[in-house]
Design a protein around this ligand. Structure first.
Ligand code: ADP
Ligand code: MG
Length: 719
């Protein structure tokens, strides 16, 4: 067999198996070999039946002397099989697997089983984890050697173990996706390993990298990962393959970064002393003192923007840490050098808010700020092309629609970047590059907390800054998971809070999905739910208070009017969908009520909760569930954890990176998550990749080029 052979060449394989393999992107023999085991079970210990001890995990084999299926109750049967060798008998039990008796464990067959022996009364039994029939051609062979307590026996069993697929050895356990069982994958992979032509698997890494990092050679690692002779071997094999995976990503990023640095045509903002003085004045003029980390991130950005290659910086800061002002400073700095800034946000509401915030932060500087959203496009377009074009243009993705042309763009800010696809980001960047001959600086921002090593890997093509501290005087938000029985008293408490402190309240209704709508679409049902909730709260619960309503399907002007009224405190309570999820900043709102909490991911809940706690007053978050129950471990964790980073790690380990960071687009869907947390491995692969990138050419290293191509085409294909 060859690596490039299609899997349809596998013998004795059912048509549906091919379909299932295809469904998990396995088309060739090589794809199959790349399907990595998740873990291993050690059944390499073999023992004559008579010497097995209770609690021992072991492989045993013997001749079947009886086999029957017993009916226990409806839909529940037990298979009882007894095997023997010269040293004794062992009773085996399976449940609901009648085919074991009807096809494999027929009297007279030789059966090998692996599992942990248990004491049942006076007898030992086993509920095998693995089993297989030893082909009859080997029967004589076995029986000749079945002598208790002989050393030879152990060896003989081991030798057989090498021919066996599921017992008598360390067996790989695969993730069972798309209806593929571990057993089936194991059988197919073992067949491939035994039939692969020699030298088919070539080392793809440069040999010096293999030796400096003391890596298992590639061919060996690939085979050992599926058929290890010891757990140590399995571990080194997996280590080697993890190295490959991370190395490839880091190399791709290092090459992108090098390319980026070669562009010596950025919109250089070198900062004369006059400009520096104005910046200082602007910072002094802000309504608050910048935090230490805001200052140090600003310093980084300031330095980046003065370079001849464009900045590509990724700013990470938990909800409410104050990213907007940092971006505003960068925009002002660009303006002082005669460059325009495009500020892109994922929603109209957020664009509106940023427009106001930035205008107000920079009100004494003479900077002109414009707003462009889908709705306002026509009106503003004229202005943008005016003789006096806006210095900062805030907008939604409408900014990248072709009807807009922006000259002299020096900085692009993308807020809540995870809400945009890779492609959208690239278009915006390219657009700006095309319109001017220079490459603008790029600042992307996110509130999604990303563990350091994960960020280094997944966003390794960017320079990363983190806002590590919150503005002074913030109190941690208190979160309560409220059972249905507490609803009335919760409402009473909210009423008292509003009356005594004049605070405001968000009530978020769950998004109701239907099959037709996109995940991000607000369905008719969701809107109805918001309308119904608004009516109930206004009429029945809080008749004396003002209750407003906001959802994504409202006209832009309507939405803005509602937000403005809320900002102006004309509403005490705002009932809304998750349109308020990102970015919304209304410091006087200090209570967040979330309905149907169980329907949200932790990251989303954290974002929603982050709408409060944005001033110095104590803020609260009250969580209700659809069925009124409050036992969820996940929600309990959320209620007691305010750190976005801890929530992210919790989510990350359970759900994988894809859902959380939109990293499906990185082609890392099948990423071994643990590797992303392995600081040593992440930094070692990154160092190796950086070094190698400096002298890499596809011509010199075709095998590496092939790997890179597979990785990058995957990341593009997945977008
Ligand atoms: P995010 O990082 O979530 O985008 P924002 O930029 O919206 O956060 O800032 C959240 C709130 O904190 C805003 O009301 C903003 O005015 C305020 N803020 C930002 N920086 C500071 C600071 N250094 N001191 C006090 N308040 C600040
Ligand atoms: Mg923000």
């Amino acid at each position: 067999m060859k690596l490039a052979d299609p899997i349809t060449l596998l013998p004795k394989t059912h048509k549906t198996t091919f379909t299932r393999l295809n469904n998990v992107s396995i088309y060739t023999v090589e794809d199959l070999l790349m399907y990595r085991p998740r873990r291993y079970a050690d059944y390499s210990r073999t023992s004559p039946i008579g010497s097995i001890q209770a609690g021992e995990t072991v492989t045993a084999q013997g001749v079947v002397i009886s086999a029957k299926t017993r009916y226990i109750r409806r839909n529940f049967t037990m298979q009882e099989v007894v095997i023997h060798d010269e040293s004794g008998e062992l009773k085996l039990m399976w449940f609901n697997q009648p085919y074991i008796v009807s096809s494999i464990a027929k009297v007279g067959n030789i059966l090998a089983v692996a599992g942990t022996a248990e004491q049942l009364g006076k007898k030992l039994i086993m509920k095998p984890m693995e089993y297989e029939q030893i082909p009859s051609t080997e029967i004589t062979n076995i029986e000749n050697h079945l002598q208790p307590n002989s050393d030879l026996l152990g060896n003989q069993h081991l030798a057989l173990g090498n021919m066996s697929k599921h017992t008598g050895k360390i067996v790989p356990i695969y993730s069972q996706r798309g209806g593929l069982s571990t057993r089936l994958i194991r059988e197919k992979v073992q067949h491939v390993i035994h039939n692969l032509d020699e030298n088919e698997i070539q080392e793809w890494l440069p040999l010096d990298i293999v030796s400096t990092n003391r890596l298992t050679p590639y061919a060996k690692a690939l085979c050992q990962s599926h058929a290890p002779s010891s757990l140590d071997d399995a571990e080194s094999a997996q280590k080697r393959l993890a190295f490959d995976e991370l190395f490839t990503i880091h190399l791709a990023h290092a090459l992108v970064k090098n390319e980026w640095k070669k562009r010596q045509n950025s919109t250089v903002c070198a900062g004369s002393s006059e400009i520096e003085a104005r910046m200082k004045l602007c910072i002094q003029d802000l309504p608050f003192t910048l935090t230490q980390s805001q200052l140090s991130v600003w310093k980084n950005i300031h330095m980046d923007m003065g370079k001849t290659h464009p900045m590509n910086r990724f700013l990470q800061g938990d909800v409410g840490s104050g990213k907007t002002v940092v971006a505003a400073l960068a925009a002002y700095f660009a303006h002082l050098h005669g460059y325009r800034t495009l500020f892109m946000c994922p929603t109209q509401i957020l664009a509106n808010q940023h427009f106001k915030t930035i205008s107000s932060l920079l009100k004494n500087t003479g900077v002109q700020v414009e707003l462009i959203t889908g709705q306002s496009r026509k009106k503003v377009k004229v202005k943008v092309k005016d003789a006096q074009p806006a210095h900062i243009v805030v907008g939604t993705h409408a900014l990248i629609t072709s009807s807009h042309e922006f000259a002299g763009v020096g900085l692009i800010v993308i807020d809540e970047q995870h809400r945009f696809g890779v492609v959208q980001r690239a278009i915006l960047k390219d657009k700006a590059i095309n319109e001017s001959s220079q490459s603008p600086h790029l600042l992307t921002m996110t509130a999604t907390p990303i563990p350091r090593t994960v960020a280094l890997t997944l966003f390794g093509d960017l320079d990363i800054s983190v806002l590590t501290d919150m503005p002074m005087g913030r109190l941690p938000i208190r979160t309560y998971l409220a059972p249905a029985s507490k609803r009335t008293s919760a409402y009473e408490w909210i009423r008292t809070q509003i009356k005594s402190t004049g605070c405001q309240v968000f009530v978020v209704c769950p998004r109701i999905q239907n099959d037709e709508a996109d995940e991000d679409d607000e369905t008719q049902e969701s809107i109805k739910a918001v309308e119904a909730e608004t009516t109930v709260l206004q009429k029945d619960i809080f008749p004396e208070l003002a209750v407003g309503m906001l959802h994504g399907k409202m006209k832009s002007a309507e939405k803005e009017a509602v937000m403005q009224k809320f900002r102006d405190k004309a509403y005490d309570i705002l009932v809304t969908t998750t349109v308020v999820e990102v970015g919304i900043d209304i410091p006087n709102a200090t209570i967040m009520v979330i309905e149907g909490t169980e329907r949200y991911g932790l990251a989303q809940l954290h974002q929603l909760r982050g709408r409060v706690g944005r001033g110095s007053a104590q803020s609260y978050c009250v969580l209700f569930t659809s069925d009124g129950r409050t036992e969820s471990e996940r929600l309990a964790f959320f209620a007691k954890t305010t750190s976005g980073m801890e929530l992210a790690e919790y989510d990350f380990r359970r759900r994988g990176p894809g859902n959380i960071y939109g990293t499906a687009q990185h082609g890392t869907g099948e990423f071994d998550i643990a590797n992303l947390f392995d600081f040593e491995l992440v930094s070692r692969t990154q160092d190796a990749a950086k070094q190698f990138a400096s002298h890499y050419t596809p011509h010199k290293y075709p095998a590496v080029a092939k790997r890179l191509l597979a990785y990058t085409s995957l990341s593009i294909a997945k977008d």
